[in-house]
Design a protein around this ligand. Structure first.
Ligand SMILES: Cc1cc2nc3c(=O)[nH]c(=O)nc-3n(C[C@H](O)[C@H](O)[C@H](O)COP(=O)(O)OP(=O)(O)OC[C@H]3O[C@@H](n4cnc5c(N)ncnc54)[C@H](O)[C@@H]3O)c2cc1C
Length: 257
């Protein structure tokens, strides 16, 4: 069955993440060396809940450079190439993505959007299209190989007909600051459903591991207290112009002329 589903695994994160951030924060205001603060922090001095409270306060104040010292690495599978294209637009990150040149797509897996999966007739058309593309891809690879264009050289050209729906696998590393930005943009209801599902799952894992940084993370409206998306707002939060009074004669509500 070539249909596939989102899977996100946390491969690794910076060891002693809370103590690293705590030591980095404290270094800004302390005559001590960071390594001394760090060693005490991992011994529980001050207690973890105090370190957490301090880090929460610093993060809430917008002093976000200190959380760049901690990174998370995720193994992601079961997402479409349409989704990974959006993901890799987040430049403050490192990526290693499965190649369509080196990995044969002779039996590619694919993602079915729920709007299509929920309608039997549409689903049938979709699956038939995938099967047809698969057949054509295999035929092109075979013909190229017959013509002497072998292996990755054949695959790198045959892949031009593969759909955005194709499953891809990717390893992503982001530091906490970049993750907060990623969640602000991609947990928003305005984000496309697949990358939103991915972001929500990554956020769940981050919250579990490092609540001092991620407990309040989520769509940008959560931090702002309003929605900046104008008429495209999901309605969960009041619109920006309702919360921040417009400057007379200068600002206009989004969407106005
Ligand atoms: C709902 C939604 C719709 C979108 N629609 C489109 C679309 O139609 N077309 C499209 O092309 N993209 C679209 N995007 C992608 C979007 O424009 C960003 O490219 C993407 O979200 C990555 O965000 P980022 O630049 O903040 O992240 P990162 O690249 O990780 O950058 C993080 C932050 O670093 C800073 N930064 C990074 N690079 C630079 C730089 N060169 N100069 C100055 N500051 C920098 C910025 O402060 C930036 O916010 C959409 C995104 C969302 C969430």
């Amino acid at each position: 069955m070539p249909e596939t589903q989102l899977k996100v695994k946390l491969l690794a994160m910076t060891p002693h993440a809370l103590a690293v951030i705590y030591a980095a924060c404290r270094q800004c205001y302390s005559a001590e060396r960071a390594e001394e603060i760090f060693v005490r922090a991992i011994q529980g001095i001050p207690p973890v809940h105090e370190q957490e409270a301090f880090v929460r306060k610093i993060v809430a104040s917008g002093h976000e450079s200190v959380i760049e010292h901690v990174s998370f690495t995720f193994a992601i599978s079961g997402i479409s190439r349409a989704c990974s294209h959006q993901l890799v637009r987040h430049r403050i990150a490192s990526y290693s993505q499965q190649s369509q040149r080196y990995v044969k797509a002779e039996n590619f897996h694919y993602i079915i959007p729920p709007t299509i999966a929920n309608q039997p007739e549409l689903k049938r058309i979709y699956e038939e299209t995938m099967a047809e593309l698969q057949q054509k891809y295999n035929a092109i690879v075979a013909k190229l190989e017959e013509a002497g264009v072998k292996g990755e050289k054949a695959r790198q050209d045959a892949r031009f007909i593969l759909p955005n729906a194709c499953e891809t696998r990717i390893v992503v590393t982001m530091n906490c600051r970049s993750l907060l930005n990623f969640f602000a943009l991609r947990c928003c209801e305005r984000a496309q459903w697949e990358i939103r599902a991915l972001a929500n799952e990554m956020l769940r894992l981050c919250k579990e591991k490092l609540p001092a940084v991620f407990a309040e993370a989520g769509p940008k409206c959560k931090k702002l207290g309003y929605c900046p998306e104008g008429k495209r707002s999901c309605g969960r939060m009041p619109l920006k112009e309702r919360v921040i009074p417009l400057q007379k004669g200068k600002d206009k509500p989004v969407g106005s002329v």
